[in-house]
Design a protein around this ligand. Structure first.
Ligand SMILES: C[S@@+](CC[C@H](N)C(=O)[O-])C[C@H]1O[C@@H](n2cnc3c(N)ncnc32)[C@H](O)[C@@H]1O
Length: 413
C-alpha cells in the first residue's frame, strides 16, 4: 500500500486509503479503507484546502461492534442491507432503526385508500407511515407528527428520498396533544384516519446519548424533545421525595417506590445522579438483597425494578400521560364521521387511558364502534421482533352512526 490517497466514490465525499493500520482483530478489507461517512462519523467535504483529518470508522474490540455508535454498518442501512437483514433475522433491531409493530393489523383497521387523508401522530422512523403512504397513492395525503427534534428531520429526509413530496406528505415537529389545532387549520371537516404508536422509538431507546436505557452508560436526559423542559437529571435533582415516590408508583409500579425515592433524595445531598449508570446504581442501593448486599444491575431480582424506574422517570420527564389524555379528549373532533383511529400502547398506564376514553366515547356516541378487546402482535411477529411483545392495539370508529361494540375481526371486514 502506498501513502494515503484521497479517493472519490462519486458522492462528493472524500474517502481514504489508510496505510498504517495496526494488524489485529479487524479484517483486511475493513482495515484497508476508512469507510464512507455514516452517523456518527463526520463527513469531510471535498473542498480544496480542507486539511482536516478524515473521520475514521470507530474502532472496537473483538470481532463485532457492540456499542451503539460503533455499529457503523447498522447505522448505514442503505450501504449494508445484508447486515440489516442479518440483525433483523436474529430478532434484533438494527442500531438507529425502528421496526414498526402490527403493521398489517393497523392497515386493516385504518384502511387507507387512494385519495384519502390521515395523520400519523407519532411518525418515529416512518415505518407505519411508509406503508400507509404507499396505499394513499394516488391523490392521498399524510400529516406526520413527532416531538423528537433530532430524529424527525432524518425521518422526513428518508421519506422524501422515497419520493413522497409535499403534495403527499407534510411533517410537523409538535406534540400530538395539539392535533386538534393542526387539523382545524387544515381540514375543518376532519381526516379519514389517525394512528398513534405511543412511547419511544428504538432510535431513542438505543442511543446512549439520549439516556433512556439503563443498559448503556450515558447522560441522564430521557427527553423525547431535547429542546424542551428539564432533563431527567434536572428533574431528579429538584423533585420532592413524596412526589418522586408517587411518580415511581403511578408511572412504573416500582416495587419499593418509597425506598427508591428516599435513596435518590438522600444521595442528591452530595450529588444528584447525572448519568444512567449513577441512577441504576442508586436503585440497586435502594433495593438490597435479602442478605443485605447491594445487587448488581443485571441481577434478575433487581433488573425489573430498574427498568420500571427508568420508565417512570421517562413518563414524568416527558409528561406523557397529560399529552395522551389531551390527545384522547380532542382526537374525535379531528376525525370525519366514520373516520378510523388506531392506538398502539406499550404499558398498562397507557392502555388503561385509551380503553377508558374509548368506552366513554362509545357511551356518548362520539364513537360508533370500538374494539371490544385488545389486539396483540402475532407470536411470529414477537419472535422476529421481541420489542413487540408488550404492544396492545385498540381501535375506534367515529360516530354519528349508532354506538355498538363489535369484535375485532368485524372492523377489518
Ligand atoms: C414508537 S415510536 C413510533 C414509531 C413509528 N410508528 C414507526 O413506525 O417508525 C413513538 C414516537 O412517538 C413520538 N412521541 C412520543 N410522545 C409524543 C408526543 N406527545 N407528541 C408527538 N410525538 C410523540 C416519539 O418521539 C417517537 O418518535
Amino acid at each position: 500500500m502506498g501513502r494515503p490517497r484521497p479517493r472519490d466514490y462519486g458522492t462528493g465525499e472524500r474517502f481514504f486509503f489508510v496505510s498504517k493500520l495496526p494488524c489485529g482483530s479487524i479484517s483486511h478489507d475493513r482495515s484497508t479503507y476508512v469507510f464512507p461517512v455514516t452517523p456518527p462519523l463526520q463527513s469531510v467535504p471535498a473542498t480544496p484546502g480542507n486539511n482536516r483529518r478524515p473521520a475514521r470508522r470507530p474502532r472496537y474490540s473483538g470481532k463485532n461492534p457492540r456499542k451503539f455508535h460503533e455499529k457503523y454498518k447498522e447505522l448505514s442501512p442503505d450501504r449494508y442491507p445484508g447486515t440489516i437483514q442479518k440483525v433483523e433475522g436474529a430478532g434484533k433491531t438494527p442500531a438507529g432503526m425502528h421496526r414498526p409493530i402490527c403493521v398489517e393489523e393497523i392497515l386493516k383497521i385504518l384502511d387507507p385508500q387512494p385519495g384519502s387523508r390521515g395523520v400519523d401522530a407519532t411518525l418515529g422512523y416512518g415505518g407505519h407511515a411508509l406503508q400507509i403512504l404507499e396505499r394513499l397513492k394516488p391523490g392521498g395525503f399524510l400529516l406526520g407528527l413527532d416531538t423528537d427534534i433530532l430524529q424527525l428531520p432524518r425521518t422526513e429526509a428518508r421519506l422524501r428520498a422515497l419520493d413522497f413530496g409535499p403534495a403527499m406528505l407534510e411533517v410537523v415537529q409538535t406534540n400530538y396533544a395539539g392535533i386538534d389545532r393542526l387539523i382545524a387549520t387544515r381540514w375543518a371537516e376532519g381526516v379519514d384516519f389517525i394512528l398513534a404508536d405511543l412511547g419511544c422509538s428504538s432510535m431513542q431507546l438505543d442511543d446512549p446519548d439520549r439516556g433512556f436505557t439503563f443498559k448503556s452508560h450515558g447522560p441522564l436526559d430521557m427527553r423525547m424533545n431535547p429542546g424542551k423542559g428539564p432533563s431527567a437529571a434536572q428533574w431528579l435533582a429538584t423533585i420532592k421525595e413524596d412526589k418522586l415516590a408517587r411518580a415511581l408508583r403511578e408511572f412504573g409500579d416500582v416495587p419499593g417506590a418509597e425506598a427508591v425515592a428516599r435513596t435518590l433524595c438522600e444521595a442528591r445531598k452530595i450529588r444528584a445522579p447525572q448519568t444512567t449508570t449513577e441512577l441504576t446504581d442508586l436503585v440497586c442501593r435502594a433495593l438490597p438483597c435479602s442478605n443485605g448486599h447491594t445487587p448488581k444491575p443485571k441481577d434478575p431480582a433487581v433488573e425489573p425494578a430498574i427498568r420500571r424506574v427508568f420508565q417512570a422517570v421517562r413518563i414524568a420527564v416527558n409528561d406523557e400521560f397529560s399529552a395522551l389524555e389531551t390527545f384522547l379528549r380532542v382526537v374525535p373532533a379531528c376525525l370525519k364521521p366514520g373516520g378510523r383511529l388506531a392506538i398502539l400502547t406499550f404499558h398498562s398506564g397507557e392502555d388503561r387511558r385509551v380503553k377508558s376514553a374509548f368506552k366513554q366515547g362509545l357511551t356518548k356516541g362520539v364513537y360508533s364502534t370500538i374494539s371490544n378487546d385488545i389486539l396483540r402482535p402475532s407470536a411470529a411477529e414477537i419472535r422476529s421482533n421481541p420489542r413487540a411483545s408488550s404492544a396492545k392495539l385498540r381501535w375506534a370508529i367515529r360516530g354519528p352512526t349508532p354506538a355498538v361494540v363489535v369484535a375485532n375481526e368485524a372492523c377489518a371486514s
